[in-house]
Design a protein around this ligand. Structure first.
Ligand code: MN
Length: 162
């Protein structure tokens, strides 16, 4: 690559990242935009409706007793109904989606929302019908079990407005 071409690439990188001047993050340009974590692999179809991607971020071990993963739900995709014996925390990092506990209204999820699913509460989470949703899922106290999977969320349940 010539010096001129290198200069052009540097300039284009700069133009494409207008927030860089204010950033305290020393990471290389290109890591500051787009998804925070890798998309990972397709989630097992027996627990989800639609297309869901999971990237393990922290594996369970005897020190932390905790599993952390990034989950991407494509539009319309959602978990089946399920419970976590020791609860779950969801950190929404992108898109628009829903969280619903059995017998409660659907809650709209947006980037920045934090959900605490209490131990044993039946619930589901997923994307909206038109926009994808990404969250980090944290399952603590894994010695009590990670999840008990139940029936799929039907289209009628998914589309219900409350
Ligand atoms: Mn859950």
């Amino acid at each position: 690559m010539t010096l001129t071409a290198m200069g052009l690439c540097a300039l284009l990188s700069w133009v494409a990242l207008p927030g860089l001047a204010q950033s305290h993050n020393p990471a290389a340009p290109g890591t500051l935009q787009g998804p925070i974590f890798p998309q990972g692999e397709r989630a097992p179809a027996q627990h989800f409706t639609g297309t869901v991607w999971v990237k393990p971020l922290v594996d369970d071990d005897s020190t932390y007793r905790c599993v952390v993963g990034n989950v991407v739900f494509e539009p319309g995709a959602r978990t089946h109904w399920h419970r976590h014996p020791a609860g779950q925390i969801l950190l929404v990092t992108d898109g628009v989606g829903f969280y619903q506990e059995k017998g409660q209204p659907k809650r709209l999820l947006r980037r920045g929302d934090v959900i605490q699913a209490r131990p044993g509460i039946e619930h589901w989470h997923g994307a909206s019908s038109t926009q994808a949703m990404t969250h980090v899922a944290i399952v603590p106290n894994t010695e009590k079990g990670a999840a008990t999977w139940l029936q799929p969320v039907t289209d009628e349940q998914y589309q219900r407005t409350k």
